[in-house]
Design a protein around this ligand. Structure first.
Ligand SMILES: *Cc1c(COP(=O)(O)O)cnc(C)c1O
Length: 384
């Protein structure tokens, strides 16, 4: 059996008629950058997030960049985030002139550890950026409380978490602003690059609108230097079609996650990364921790199962951040996890028999310890 890591072709096959029709309509209308499709998508996405407003931009990275700039980041400011993320979280921070300070993640969820924040705050700290990695919200209540006590802002990196819920609140509504990515493989993915910023602060959203459009609020009158960071109409039209299915797709991801948990429940060598208490993940990724990770990965590959690593090298250990002189051991939870994590196939169209097969194959690798609903594997295997 072949199990791809992600199957965008399956998603698009079901939507081909609608996507093609949207393409035709945009080409005929000839409004390619901004315009009614973008405005409609912004309204619909804000409603989906239960946010007061959304601004479409050209990528998740620009969404982060514009949110940071809208909070007034300037050279010398310090911002706290986690090393267990994709580099985009920090890239835009340092490019805006701020210095990044990392705190480690919790061992169970691999998301920001609120208990480490107090020690990382200095007189120059201005903000905190929790990352809702894997589609799971970070533990926001203690993070927001520490931010409040110290007068700091919070921006959510919600790139992987469209629709995730934390104690009744949706990702994108808890911080002062939030950044979303619609990179094709995300839960809501464009057919190209796209992103959005959400906020309940109309002035900050207006500033983001200005930033994405060369610093102009009125054509050819530039209040500041901005960027070319707009969302194009074709992507907005495609995103509108997919947004209508997002709740149902997220629900399918949750069911698949539950099925993985059940079929892996007796596999003691396979530890599933936990959801934050009180949250409902949208499972952008389903991540487990296993010993001998690289051999497990090769074994699965040899059985037709594709997996991913999110991420193989923590941000603070990247060559790009060598100048920060963060020695190995600086963030032990993140570093320990990087050697063990494995992202299993996860997408809404994944079938139950495929999940059974992935779980059974994992159990087979670890010597046939059976689980309740996976087929019992009796043969003792030596995968080497
Ligand atoms: C995808 C992603 C981004 C960047 O989004 P792009 O649209 O690729 O620019 C930022 N942060 C996280 C956690 C991501 O997964």
């Amino acid at each position: 059996m072949q199990v791809p890591f992600l199957d965008l072709k399956a998603q698009h096959a079901a939507l081909e008629g609608e996507l093609t029709e949207a393409f035709r309509a945009v080409v005929r209308g000839a409004a390619f950058v901004g315009g009614p499709e973008v405005e409609a998508f912004e309204r619909e996405f804000a409603a989906f997030c239960h946010a007061d407003g959304a601004v479409g931009v050209s990528s998740g990275t620009d969404a982060l960049r514009f949110a940071y700039l809208a909070m007034g980041i300037k050279p010398g400011d310090e911002v706290i985030t986690v090393p267990n993320s994709f580099i985009a979280t920090t890239e835009a921070l340092t490019q805006a002139g701020a210095s990044v300070r990392f705190v480690d993640v919790r061992p169970d969820t691999l998301l920001m550890d609120p208990n480490q924040l107090a020690a990382a705050i200095t007189p120059r700290t201005v903000g905190i950026v929790p990352v809702h990695l894997y589609g799971t919200p970070a533990d926001m209540d203690p993070i927001l409380e520490i931010a409040r006590v110290h007068g700091l802002w919070v921006i959510e990196d919600a790139a992987q978490a469209q629709g995730a819920v934390y104690k009744g609140r949706r990702a994108g509504t808890m911080g002062a602003m939030a950044a979303f990515s619609f990179y094709p493989g995300k839960n809501l993915g464009a057919c190209g690059e796209a992103g959005a910023v959400t906020s309940s602060d109309a002035e900050r959203l207006a500033f983001v609108r200005k930033l994405r459009e060369h610093g102009q609020a009125q054509k050819y009158f530039h209040d500041i230097e901005g960027y070319n960071g707009r969302l194009d109409a074709l992507q907005a039209a495609f995103l509108r079609i997919k947004l209508r299915r997002l709740e149902q797709w997220n629900q399918a991801r949750r069911s698949i996650a539950a099925h993985y948990r059940e079929t892996l429940s007796a596999a003691s060598d396979v530890r599933i990364v936990a959801e934050t208490a009180g949250s409902s993940s949208v499972y952008h990724l389903f991540v487990v921790r296993v010993p001998e990770r690289d051999r497990v990965r090769e074994f699965l590959q040899s059985r037709g199962i594709a997996t991913g690593l999110h991420y193989p090298l923590p941000v603070h250990q990247q060559v790009a951040y060598r100048h920060l002189h963060l020695a190995a051991g600086a963030f032990p939870v993140t570093e320990g996890a990087a050697a063990e994590i494995l992202s299993l196939p996860m997408y809404p169209e994944l079938r139950a028999d495929q999940v059974d097969y992935v779980s059974a194959t994992l159990i087979e690798f670890f010597g046939g310890r059976p689980s309740r609903s996976a087929p019992r594997v009796t043969k003792q295997l030596n995968p080497a």
